[in-house]
Ligand binder design. Sequence first.
Ligand code: NAD
Length: 294
Amino acid sequence: MKTVAFLGLGHMGLPMAANLVKAGYAVRGYDLADACRAAAKEAGVPVASDSAEAIEAAEVIITMLPKGEHVVSVYGDLVRKIPAGTLLIDCSTVDMESALKAHELAASAACSSVDAPVSGGTGGAAAGTLTFMCGGEAAAFSAAKPVLEAMGKKIVHCGKGGNGQAAKICNNMILGISMIAVSEAFVLGEKLGLSHQALFDVAATSSGQCWSLTTYCPVPGPVPTSPANKDYQPGFAAALMLKDLKLSQEAANGAGASTPLGAAAAALYENFVDAGSGGRDFSAIVEMLRGGDA
Ligand code: NAD
């Protein structure tokens, strides 16, 4: 039985840690927030009283933290305390620079490391059906894979350290842009007197087909399970979409890539979040576009 320390028991981390417990791993979790530690105990995840206790004798340390700065700071502390050979897996969504820094810190302590951000949201975390996009050496990936399989359905090795974050950032840039594209099409269709269902029936089986339309349709009706039918409760909150679009723009600037639609999507989501909608599902951007105040 492998011993796993799990740092960051928030919306995503707690259900992920609970799935590791269910799969038979000896988990010790820790979160800075009292409420998260209490919720973890309630969910049957053993909780340590501090991070030092959580990582003691852990063969694997998983982090699921808000941002790159948190990951780099936690890794900076960890690598002074853990034995060589410990496997570090960071599942947070972070900027490229922090992801590479985390790998560097792990290597400085002769530890192996994988960046393994996820797709699938809190629903996927609870159901154990997340997709993990992984960056790191082949041996580190092989060691991480069985652990990740206890929390996800699809585990993809994207290449060298940092490539998991690169895949996540690129995927979510497609998502942000495509949600705006689909929303604009519905708004234009409304003005032209086209019903939502008619546009859906055509586009879902035509060249406009995409996940933002067929799985996550931003208008109520055509896809009954989409957040549009639940007053745009997240789902995937607009604030998180903005975070990921900003990461894509930072990465594009750093790499010298031209991403004009990514930049436009980031600006639109910034307006949306600034208008107080950060906690709503990201598909609610259709309402801002309909209002014409984009
Ligand atoms: P969250 O804010 O709910 O959880 C993060 C937790 O980390 C918090 O509970 C916080 O107290 C804890 N934390 C911060 N610093 C810590 C430290 N030093 N030690 C221990 N705990 C610490 O965030 P979340 O929604 O669970 O997201 C986590 C990561 O996953 C983010 O990077 C996010 O972008 C990414 N993500 C989220 C979703 C989603 O739908 N929520 C989907 C995909 C990816």
